[in-house]
Design a protein around this ligand. Structure first.
Ligand code: A3P
Length: 293
């Protein structure tokens, strides 16, 4: 077993490291992560893959609604993780599901199932400007009971850059998936979802081959707005009070592009840009966010 306990940040909380990646023991189990390797992938599986805080729940909501043809009544009271379950947590649930399955994952490429390398199942990879991802993650860290509350923003910034956070390095996550890009992958950004959600939903429906009428498509869009999702207790994870301290924040926090500008100092932003360009060099990334050249 390649899991080892690793103390992070001293006070109380511990994450364990599985093949170089940090996980919370309260939610993730090394034996399940090991089983993921031999998980039997089906050609018509659709995977939603993200680094944390990049718009995962948003995409889970869109995909679930899409397969329910926009009928929000069917799914109102079901928690989001039952609609699009987590590969790294809910293996039994997924194995028992009929095809086509919709599956979610935060796993870096190297922890995905072996069969996944056949590149036959579809993948939707959602990325977000890493600075906004970091800010969202900072607030998430403040409200998750199993994670050490960061000392301050600078402390969290350093941990993020060094990959000393849940799921590890953003840079390695994006790089690992980019280096294994293939025609069955759809790359989307949080920013383009904000800019034109109907267009993104149309692209997804074409990509997964799930035909929707215009009315159904507009229903998917309507019920995937920030306002609609924030109003849903099952989406806002209000049932998960064992995980979230809801006195410290809300899962559906701001839902904005560019909130990083309210958190990074000029020096922190410049430092981040330098690291970004060093680590993401030679990747064919065409991001819609305003990362300086
Ligand atoms: P903020 O903390 O910046 O508000 P994830 O699901 O990957 O954990 O990402 C959570 C982030 O996505 C949060 O960002 C959350 O508010 C945002 N989000 C979720 N649904 C959204 C929606 N419909 N529109 C815009 N942002 C959304």
């Amino acid at each position: 077993m390649s899991a080892e306990l690793a103390s992070r940040g001293g006070e109380g909380t511990r994450m364990f490291k599985f093949r170089g990646v940090f996980f919370m023991p309260e939610i993730y189990k090394p034996e399940i992560l090991e089983q993921v390797e031999d998980f039997s992938v089906r050609d018509d599986d659709v995977f939603v893959v993200t680094y944390p805080k990049s718009g995962t729940t948003w995409m889970q909501n869109i995909i679930a609604l899409m397969y329910m043809e926009g009928d929000v009544k069917q799914f109102e009271n079901i928690v989001i993780a039952q609609k699009v379950p987590w590969l790294e947590v809910q293996l039994n649930v997924i194995q028992a599901r009929p095809s086509p399955r919709q599956i979610c994952s935060h796993l870096p490429y190297h922890l995905m199932p072996k069969e996944f390398r056949d590149k036959r199942s579809k993948v939707i990879y959602v990325m977000r400007n890493p600075k906004d991802t970091l800010v969202s993650f900072y607030y998430f860290y403040n409200m998750v009971k199993h994670l050490d509350t960061p000392k301050d923003f600078q402390d969290f910034l350093e941990n993020f850059i060094n990959g000393q956070v849940f799921i590890g390095s953003w840079f390695e996550h994006v790089r690992g998936w980019q280096e294994n890009n293939h025609p069955n992958m759809l790359w989307l950004t949080y920013e383009e979802m904000k800019k034109d959600l109907p267009a993104v939903v149309r692209r997804i429906s074409k990509f997964v081959g799930k035909h929707l009428t215009e009315e159904q498509l507009l229903a998917v869009v309507k019920h995937s707005s920030f306002k609609a999702m924030k109003a849903s207790p099952t989406v806002n994870k209000e049932n998960l009070d064992s995980v979230f301290d809801l006195t410290k924040g809300k899962f559906m926090r701001k839902g904005k592009v560019g909130d990083w500008k309210n958190h990074f100092t000029v020096a922190q932003s410049e430092w981040f840009d330098t690291i970004y360009h060093e680590r993401m060099a030679r990747l064919d990334l065409d991001f819609t966010w305003d990362m300086p050249q």
